[in-house]
Design a protein around this ligand. Structure first.
Ligand code: LLP
Length: 427
């Protein structure tokens, strides 16, 4: 993603000041910290509901929204989305188990990923999920053997790599040929005769995912056009195709964007445009999209308490009790996350916002105007609902933080904080 030069707090209808205190849907962050401690992820249930409704309104219909659960796979969040008819895009046996546990219908689950093990493929077939998104020839070989042994054909989708530049950060670009994802078109094309005649595989879809946090909608149109053309080739070759999956990447607002990203309906329109340009609109395929961060990213924030403010000759460090173990995005992608004080009108002071972990990369913000904070103050790191807890670790023997959902004016724990005993369980 092109890094912007701005350092704003993006507007939110859910994290707002009321009577001088920062609240999540009316519940003060101070009360959440007092009850549940810090660091804690705080999610707004109504923000998730609203994001899902906006997504459904933005995509062409009929369309399955298959939430990329890697963004946040907490069971309460999955159950909430499942109850609204949401499906899932998964990348591991663990994610499959979570989806089944949360009540996501198997026919609404698709399985992406370049390195599925035989056990994971078996589990997917046992669960009778909608389709395995195959990404390599050896994966097809393995799946075909497993399906032959089981005596029932496996439904597959070819995930192709359309070689489209997604206009995002290189670490989250997945649709270029030098990334490990998907099948090159030539390879996918050459597989068609084999797939169509295999008694053990049913080619029922085509898919792509070009990257995350897309900066513009036109790469989506280009990718869908390429995918749509390939879908037509599959149908012409005799495949019983029923779906086209345009992947995820729908952007959210973090606060450093120079220009607001295009609204979600622009991505829906780009998909339609790609279908039209390729002629695949005539095929009557069910569309699938795989948004991850779009559904949960803005709904979540990381609540943390200032341990010390350390003034050095060159710099001021605000040291908080959250760290890269709770939100690794700044360290990994140089990602921007807005920071708010729990007190309205706290004023601003320049400095770095850092955690206690023994890594120079353990920061949330560098050389930024931060809320003027003192020891004991509470800060809220925004945009942490996606790829926060799901990328958390126990590094430095830090127990995983609690997760709290605010719903109907009440806050409740949806994952308890780990205890120190949890740290060595299994050792
Ligand atoms: N579908 C597939 C096949 C994916 O690999 C991904 C994300 C998605 C959908 C959802 O992408 P989203 O809509 O959330 O952008 N940890 C990084 C993001 C890695 C995304 C990997 N794949 C981050 O924090 O930005």
């Amino acid at each position: 993603m092109e890094r912007g030069t701005r350092a704003d707090v993006p507007p939110s209808a859910h994290f707002t000041y009321e009577g001088g205190a920062l609240t999540c849907d009316g519940v003060t962050l101070e009360s959440i910290a007092a009850r549940f401690g810090t660091p804690t992820y705080v999610y707004s249930a109504s923000s998730i509901d609203h994001a899902y409704e906006r997504m459904v309104a933005a995509v062409p219909r009929p369309c399955l929204v298959a939430y990329a659960i890697k963004a946040n796979s907490n069971l309460s969040i999955l159950r909430r989305l499942a109850a609204r008819g949401c499906g899932a895009d998964i990348v591991s046996g663990g994610e499959l188990a979570r989806c089944l546990r949360a009540g996501i219908r198997p026919q609404d689950i698709v399985f992406s990923g370049v390195g599925k093990t035989d056990e994971e493929l078996e589990a997917a077939l046992d669960a009778d999920i909608r389709a395995v998104h195959v990404e390599s020839v050896p994966e097809i070989d393995a799946l075909e053997q497993i399906a032959a042994r089981r005596g029932s054909p496996a439904r597959i989708t070819l995930r192709v790599n359309p070689d489209v530049d997604p206009d995002t950060h290189p670490y989250i670009a997945t649709g270029l040929h030098d990334t490990k994802f998907g099948l090159e078109l030539d390879v996918a094309r050459a597989l068609l005769p084999r797939l169509i005649t295999s008694p053990h595989l049913t080619l029922e879809g085509v898919a792509c995912h070009i990257g995350s946090q897309l900066g513009s909608a036109s790469p989506m149109a280009d990718a869908v056009e390429i995918l749509g053309r390939f879908a037509r080739e599959c149908v012409d070759a005799g495949a019983p195709l029923r779906s086209l999956d345009a992947g995820g990447g729908w952007p959210i607002r973090y606060g450093d964007e120079d220009d607001a990203h295009p609204p979600w309906p622009a991505f829906g329109a780009a998909i339609e445009e790609g279908l039209r340009r390729s002629g695949a609109d005539a095929l009557d395929l069910e569309l699938i999209v795989e948004p991850g961060r779009a559904l949960v990213g803005e709904a979540g924030a990381l609540l943390t308490r200032v341990i010390y403010v350390k003034e050095q000759a060159s710099k001021r460090f605000v040291i908080v009790d959250a760290a890269m173990t709770e939100l690794i995005r700044p360290a990994l992608y140089d990602a921007y996350h807005a920071v708010m004080s729990a007190r309205e009108g706290a004023g601003a002071a320049p400095g770095d916002l850092v955690g206690p972990v023994c890594e120079t990369g353990d920061f949330f913000a560098v050389d930024r105007a931060l809320p003027d904070a003192r020891r004991g103050d509470l800060l809220l790191v925004r945009g942490a609902g996606a790829y926060g807890t799901s990328m958390a670790s126990n590094y430095n023997s830090r127990p995983l933080a609690a997760e709290v959902l605010v719903e109907g004016g009440e806050a409740r724990v949806i994952r308890r904080r780990q205890t120190v005993e949890d740290l060595w369980r299994g050792e």
